[in-house]
Design a protein around this ligand. Sequence first.
Ligand SMILES: NC(=O)c1ccc[n+]([C@@H]2O[C@H](COP(=O)([O-])OP(=O)(O)OC[C@H]3O[C@@H](n4cnc5c(N)ncnc54)[C@H](O)[C@@H]3O)[C@@H](O)[C@H]2O)c1
Length: 285
Amino acid sequence: MLIIIVVTPILIKQLKSSYELLLTLAQRHLLNVHKKSMQTGFNSQVAIITGAASGLGLVIAHKLLNEGAFVGLFDLNTAALRKEFIGNPDKEEFVSVDVTDQEMVEKAVEQVIGRFGKVDILINCAGITGATNVKSHEVNTDNIKKVFDINFMGSFYTSKAVLPYMLANHYGRILHIASIAGKEGNAGMLAYSASKAAVIGMTKVQGKEYAETGITINALAPAVIETPLVHAMPDTQVKYMTDKIPMRRCGTLEEAANMAAFIVSAENSFTTGFTFDLSGGRATY
Ligand SMILES: NC(=O)c1ccc[n+]([C@@H]2O[C@H](COP(=O)([O-])OP(=O)(O)OC[C@H]3O[C@@H](n4cnc5c(N)ncnc54)[C@H](O)[C@@H]3O)[C@@H](O)[C@H]2O)c1
């Protein structure tokens, strides 16, 4: 059967408007999918955040809480936790933890599992700089050990404690907060830089080890974000660090929280073992 279509200006106009209608419907569908995934956020997910009483940990914990997560808040400073988190008792578990104490960390993780039934997310924010503005030949050995204990061993103990639960669930997101100092090495900050480099090394190993399990393990390397940790450092050391930032400013806590939330989201599913940059252009790798 032969069909002859006569292309008239009216037909062209009708085809054009049908095409435009289809395009609009497709765009609307995409927007709805996006909106739905935004609404889902962290609903019914359980997140453990260490160092949640101050700075990055505090802001990241609030963001996840606001987006629907149940949160296990770990810190030495439980008085500050109680002050900073009010109004969501059903979704918060405060735990007084020293992350350098492996037994205490294991018990704290069990406490969160006992309360909320699972753990989907771990974010390691507890950290210290230790003494800074000190050359390597003047570094105090005990200080190096202390900084490694908190920054590296603490992140190791918490990840070791949550991994069996994540493996059983076939899902997990771990984020270690490292530092630009771990990528680049900050003069005057041997203990801090080396401990954060160790965290970056651990992230690469863990990312590979659990790559086929539904668990991703990444790190974040911020440059300078204004928090009590930075306020406690000598001005000359802070100037040394901020002078190296091409954007000529500090990062904001909001910028850090947004990136952390993306890294631990379900949507971030094909990146593991990676150290994300948050340095205003200082590290382009
Ligand atoms: N602020 C920055 O510019 C910056 C830059 C790069 C990396 N970081 C990293 O981000 C993380 C958070 O830093 P911040 O600036 O928010 O610091 P912060 O000092 O504001 O907060 C750190 C929190 O960790 C807690 N903590 C310290 N030792 C602990 C321990 N042994 N057990 C449990 N909790 C402990 C503290 O009580 C505090 O609440 C740190 O790992 C830090 O190295 C910060």
